[in-house]
Design a protein around this ligand. Structure first.
Ligand SMILES: *[C@@H]1O[C@H](CO)[C@@H](O)[C@H](O)[C@H]1NC(C)=O
Ligand SMILES: *[C@@H]1O[C@H](CO)[C@@H](O)[C@H](O)[C@H]1NC(C)=O
Ligand SMILES: [Cu+2]
Length: 224
């Protein structure tokens, strides 16, 4: 029993997070509820920390714990947080770690407006969401700061489209979009089942490959 807390601590890095939003600062992060549209269970209109978003561009930095994610960087006006517009085409990231796009431009027509940035990950364990409160401003692009890509990370644009169920428009107080909640319940189950299962697909895939490797090894021996 004495072992349990230590074990818990050791597992903590793996247990914490599907993905982290490093910058702009997130409205909130909950590992268990990151699958809840539109902001991972946090209020899209929260204005506690508001970041200036020069239309000319800001860095957007995320850290993924998945072997693969497709990112959708979107934004909405504060008075209309059901109408998300794409800031960039979808981005397919492969490899676990930091991914940062140094200059993501804002919609030119929104200069001077209050807004919300939404980061959506289409991950092996479902759709995941985090948001940032922003104000669209003029002027030069924001400095890249600590914007870096992990050494194992590669990324490229894809033509994938984000398709969430039409019910998305009525989620503020109630039901979730079918597709999202289906996939979300999968990740929630994994998370609540115990820290060890949280890294999800990575472990599952490697496990599968190991079994496959063993099977091939046996076949190989038989053939010799
Ligand atoms: C939100 O604000 C913008 C800009 O101020 C305005 O053009 C738009 O009509 C507003 N939308 C809603 C739904 O109130
Ligand atoms: C990270 O990789 C993407 C895709 O290759 C690239 O567009 C971006 O500039 C890179 N970020 C940094 C900080 O180099
Ligand atoms: Cu995950």
């Amino acid at each position: 029993m004495l072992l349990t807390p230590t074990l818990g601590l050791l597992l903590l890095p793996f247990a914490s997070s599907h993905f982290l939003l490093n910058t702009p600062p997130t409205i909130g992060f909950s590992d268990d509820d990151e699958g809840v549209y539109p902001c991972g269970s946090f209020d899209a209109t929260n204005r506690k920390t508001v970041t200036d978003f020069p239309i000319a561009g800001i860095p957007i930095s995320v850290t993924s714990t998945h072997p693969e994610d497709t990112w959708f960087f979107r934004a909405a006006l504060l008075n209309d947080t059901e109408n998300w517009v794409d800031l960039l085409p979808a981005i397919l990231q492969q490899g676990t770690g930091d991914f940062c796009n140094p200059i993501v431009a804002g919609p030119a027509a929104w200069e001077g407006e209050d807004g919300v940035v939404q980061i959506v990950a289409s991950a092996p364990d479902g759709f995941l969401f985090q948001c940032a409160a922003v104000k669209f401003v003029g002027g030069a692009a924001a400095a890249p700061g600590n914007c870096k890509n992990g050494s194992k990370v590669t990324a490229e644009f894809t033509n994938e489209k984000l398709v969430l169920n039409a019910q998305v428009t009525s989620t503020s107080g109630g039901s979730q979009p079918t597709e999202t909640s289906t996939k979300t319940s999968g990740s929630t189950t994994q998370t609540s089942a115990g820290a060890t299962t949280t890294p999800n697909a990575a472990a599952a895939r490697e496990g599968g490959l190991t079994v496959l490797g063993a099977a091939l090894g046996i076949v190989g021996l038989l053939l010799v």
